[in-house]
Ligand binder design. Structure first.
Ligand code: PEP
Ligand code: NA
Ligand code: MN
Length: 634
């Protein structure tokens, strides 16, 4: 079956791949399913992928020949390529993303829901003949180390070789995955078509796609159907579609957690090790925190993952996390030597760049890579670009341009990053971009309060008026576009998972805000590498919560009480946050930790309105947390 086959398009058109059911099991069902998808989509040929280096090179050569990929200068950027997408196919399409649970309430008010039967009928029409003239690739992949206790497998069929190559970077693809499926492992079936069939003799374009797009999830049958886009989040179905939307349904049913979280390993000067998992909405510096270079002497931060974490109680009772991915699909603009030197070192070779600008010497550039742009570029749409165009506001790189690169190339990758058993999580951190109200850091009073913090994450655009609480955008658990179940059920599930953990091993929960501003509108906190100071306070609080005693490094700040109770949580006591050597403006630290009671009362009212959107699915414990917050506010 893994040899290249001739067409199977004459096979029976019976659409049983579309009937809802249990997860597909076993090799027989895998090949049956592939045959059914081929019968529907009518590819010219089928290729079963083995994930080998030879296969990757063959596909890269084919993509260069097709004009999809442009090889970069092998001296400057070895093994690297530039892709320019269709200008209309540059981002996730949330308005065309559907959760098709049997019951609308299981998708909840934050998702687009469609009746499964009606959507299946619609998809049948859309996918009919959609791969004509193309090759259908069958890509068996694992999310997490192959065969690991927290890992899961899937099969993506796709008519896009760009997707095959990218899946090979972002997931583990290969023969061992098919061996698991052959042995009966349940797999998530994921169908992807760019939706651009070719008539006989018709020339292809560099980036085939379709103006009509669908990104569809059937949470009960754990299926994914994606049509019309070649872009990452829409087409690399292991990532947002499987590892977050489908996985959040699996996790709810099976007692684990699928989260939009980075994971880092932190080592203190005295050699104590901690693991943090942190959720932030887009554009709040998640990849920067994942690759943090601490400014505090003696501290080390190592990267486990930058986007997704799967967490499950381990045999030792700790909450263990894996990064289910094998690569980074990072936003390029704003990633530079000053903001994230580790990312810059990661993509110095063997990287696929999409929608960035091309330099005259065959390398890449984007806004923020270097302080000054080169004197001439070819922009992401293939047009000439000079700094004068930049001064007119024309970007050389698309704001959502990306790098796709293996995690193993990251200089700060932890040696445990691919441990199948995961790493034990000590602290969970929720963040957002808030000009006002939310302190630099606050520790939750307990698990339920921490879940309340996650459920009420909000972020505001930098342009938003300061302190205008009415302009908050709620992004609970930073999962708003990624939660495949009713968001309130996600909160209830967190409460259940926490209750099942041994109290002595349960992670402490924190909220952070790097983006608080002073009265003059400037940021109060320097951020980036200085965030290590906050991380150091967090892990010291973890030690104290566990009775492990203060760390030597915290003792150097000479403070006995390390935390002060406020209505929203425990914040660093005076002197407890190490700000030695930092040039903070007068009063900045007080302003960073201030909890203004009147605006928090107003925010509590907004939280109630937000909860009311979910009606009686909101867990009573979270309503009680809101009451308790109001009580503390007085
Ligand atoms: C994506 O769009 O594929 C993606 C990874 O999204 P985000 O960066 O918003 O998490
Ligand atoms: Na069609
Ligand atoms: Mn993300």
């Amino acid at each position: 079956r893994r040899t290249r086959q001739a067409t199977t398009a004459e096979a029976d058109l019976a659409p049983s791949a579309f009937t809802a059911g249990a997860r597909l099991e076993g090799a027989r069902r895998a090949s049956e399913w592939v045959r059914e998808v081929a019968a529907l989509t009518q590819p010219d040929r089928i290729v079963w992928c083995d994930g080998s280096a030879a296969e990757k090179q063959e596909l890269l050569d084919l993509l260069v020949e097709a004009g999809t990929l442009l090889p970069l200068d092998p001296e400057r950027r070895p093994g690297s390529y530039l892709a320019r997408s269709a200008p209309s196919d540059v981002a996730r399409v949330e308005s065309r993303t559907f959760i098709c649970s049997k019951d609308e309430a299981d998708a909840g008010p934050t998702n687009n829901w469609r009746k499964p039967g009606a959507m299946r009928a619609e998809l049948r029409e859309v996918f009919a003949g959609s791969m004509r003239g193309r090759t259908m690739y069958v890509v068996p992949f694992s999310m997490g180390p192959v065969g690991g206790p927290i890992s899961q497998v899937g099969i993506e069929v796709t008519d896009s070789p760009y997707v095959v190559v990218s899946m090979g970077v972002m997931t583990r693809v290969g023969r061992e995955v098919m061996d698991l499926i052959d042995a009966g492992a349940p797999f998530v079936p994921a169908v992807h078509s760019v939706g651009a069939p070719l008539a006989p003799g018709q020339d292809d374009v560099a980036w085939p796609c379709n103006d009509t797009k669908y990104v569809v999830h059937f949470p009960e049958s754990r299926e994914i159907w994606s049509y019309g886009s070649g872009y990452g989040g829409n087409a690399l179905l292991g990532k947002k579609c499987f590892a977050l939307r489908i996985a959040s349904a699996m996790a709810r049913d099976e007692g684990w957690l699928a989260e939009h979280m980075l994971v880092i390993r932190v080592t203190s000067p005295e050699g104590r090790r901690y693991h943090l998992a942190a959720a932030f909405p887009s554009a709040c510096g998640k990849t920067n925190l994942a690759m943090l270079r601490p400014t505090l002497p003696g501290w080390t931060v190592e990267t486990i993952g930058d986007d997704i974490a799967w967490l499950r109680q381990g045999p030792d009772g700790t909450l263990r996390a894996i990064n289910p991915e094998a690569g980074f699909f990072g936003v390029a603009p704003g990633t530079g030597v000053d903001t994230n030197p580790n990312a810059v070192a990661t993509f110095d070779r063997d990287t696929i760049f999409t929608n960035v600008a091309l330099t005259d010497d065959g390398d890449v550039w984007w806004e923020g890579l270097t302080p000054e742009p080169p004197t001439h570029l070819v922009d992401w749409q293939g047009q000439d670009w000079t700094p004068a165009d930049g001064a007119d506001g024309r970007k050389a790189a698309h704001p959502n341009s990306r790098f796709t690169v293996a995690a193993s190339q990251c200089p700060t990758i932890a040696d445990t990053w691919d441990d199948p058993a995961g790493v034990p999580i000590d602290a969970i951190v929720f963040g957002g971009r808030r000009a006002s109200n939310v302190p630099l850091v606050a520790q939750a009073y307990g698990w339920e309060h921490g879940v309340f913090m996650g459920a009420t994450i909000s972020s505001e655009q930098t342009a938003a008026a300061e302190g205008t609480v009415g302009e908050l955008r709620r992004d609970p658990f930073a999962m708003l576009p990624f939660c495949g179940i009713n968001m309130a059920d996600h909160w209830a599930h967190w409460l259940r998972v926490g209750a099942a953990l041994d109290a002595a091993k349960r992670p402490e929960i924190f909220q952070v805000n790097w983006f608080r501003k002073g009265p003059d509108g400037s940021f109060l906190w320097p951020g980036f590498g200085e965030n290590a100071r906050v991380v150091a306070w967090i892990v010291d609080q973890v030690d104290r919560a566990r009775g492990a005693g203060p760390s030597a490094s915290s003792a150097t700040t000479g403070s006995a009480a390390t935390a002060t109770a406020t209505p929203v949580g425990r914040v660093p006591a005076p002197g407890a946050l190490d700000v030695g050597g930092l040039d903070l403006p007068d009063g900045a630290l007080d302003a960073l930790l201030d909890v203004p009671v009147a605006s928090w009362r107003a925010e509590a009212d907004l939280t109630q309105e937000f909860f009311d959107r979910f009606g009686d699915r909101v867990p009573a414990a979270l309503r009680a947390e809101l009451d308790a917050l109001r009580e503390r506010l007085g």
